[in-house]
Design a protein around this ligand. Structure first.
Ligand code: NCD
Length: 366
């Protein structure tokens, strides 16, 4: 069975197929009106959401299917102490496909291991958010006509911004893309993105500390919110919260065909005087998100993808010889979950938690 934990669970060809399918759905909605009649989607949202949950639900209804689910952890048996694994096995008895958002990093991986039906990761803590990335890829393809040879500025919270992690993972697979990471030092991209995604793929990337220095060179400016809920201290959040604000004045230095993207919700990082600019694409992204999720659910429920996801994802892992040190990792809260690690660099003894991708360098196996 196939699951979508991150955007790279789909090949580049499968993503082009989804983009084509989403285009056809947008052009011929009637053709798809009963495509998933009789099917049920469960939306399990342990964390707040507007766009992602509602777009999944709208997508399923527009394909003729039905939706069950909950929109907060308080409304589920988690509040009685049920494990995530048990919740997923239960819901898998009622639904044909599950879209889940959870505050812990790696929670989607656990859901994939336990589920009898396909799982779609709708955001796991600060880790990944693959369906936002599919939305972004569809938007870039529509607006720029290609997914390669683009200079992409990514601005804001690059440490905790899960949409950023999935977007870099996806866009670095296409030839000639270059990244400009615009963030305060404290919020720069995680180690694994740098050493296990960008470097091995030979992707060029640079860092910048303000928008004005780089905006004139960019084809895409992807703005993000500072992720308040992931900070350990409110004081640290307050210090960084308004570090970047894009406004109409700064847009005058951008190329006439640069596009501005944002996964939304925005707080202060894009001022509303940018909204009327034809280069502002963030509300177009919202509509694209529904169409690409329709395409994805269609393909998953058509069983279009080969291979067993869990078998592949857990091959070559070591079990219970280390413990993840990331307090936001699902392995710190889920009971009786095996601690699974992959060995990434035998010489330097670098291990990576398969759930949250946290790095551990050690000689000291348990
Ligand atoms: C994003 C998320 O939840 O990660 N929102 C979304 O799904 N469109 C971005 C964010 O919350 O900042």
């Amino acid at each position: 069975m196939h699951h979508i934990n991150d955007s790279t669970d789909l090949t580049v060809e499968q993503i082009y197929d989804l983009i084509d399918c989403a285009g056809d759905i947008a052009a011929n909605p009637k053709k798809y009106a009963n495509a998933l009649a009789g099917k049920k989607l469960a939306t399990l949202f342990f964390e707040p959401s507007t766009r992602t949950r509602l777009s999944f639900e709208a997508a399923m209804y527009e394909l003729g299917g039905n939706v069950i689910g909950f929109s907060s952890a308080a409304a589920s048996s988690t509040s009685k102490g049920e494990s995530l694994g048990d919740t997923i096995r239960t819901v898998g008895c009622y639904a044909d496909i599950i879209a889940m958002r959870h505050p812990m990093e790696g929670a989607a991986f656990v859901a994939c291991m336990k589920s009898p039906v396909p799982i779609i990761n709708a955001g796991d803590g600060g880790h990944c958010h693959p369906t936002q990335t599919l939305t972004d890829l569809l938007t870039i393809h529509k607006e720029k006509g290609r997914l390669d040879h683009l200079k992409i500025g990514i601005c804001g919270d690059l440490k905790f911004g899960r949409t950023v992690h999935s977007l870099i993972n996806a866009m670095s697979r296409y030839e000639g893309n270059e990244f400009v990471m615009i963030s305060p030092e404290e919020l720069s991209i995680p180690h694994y993105i740098q050493y296990e995604i960008l470097e091995p793929r030979g992707s060029k990337w640079t860092e910048a500390r303000n928008i004005e220095d780089v905006i004139g060179d960019l084809d895409i400016l992807y703005m993000t919110r500072i992720q308040r809920e992931r900070f350990n201290s409110e004081e640290e959040y307050n210090r960084l919260k308004d570090c970047f604000v894009l406004n109409a004045d700064k847009m005058t230095a951008a190329k006439s065909d640069m596009i501005v993207m944002h996964p939304l919700p925005r707080v202060t990082e894009i001022s509303t005087d940018v909204d009327g600019d034809p280069r502002a694409c963030y509300f177009k992204q919202v509509l694209n998100g529904k169409h690409i999720r329709m395409a994805l659910m269609l393909r998953l429920l058509q069983d279009a993808y080969d291979g067993d996801w869990v078998e592949k994802a857990t091959a070559d892992t070591v079990k219970n010889v280390l413990k993840c040190t990331n307090p936001r990792c699902i392995s710190s809260t889920e009971r009786e979950l095996p601690h699974l690690f992959s060995l990434r660099n035998p010489e330097k003894k670098v291990y990576r938690c398969v759930y949250c991708e946290n790095k551990i360098i050690t000689d000291d196996l348990l």
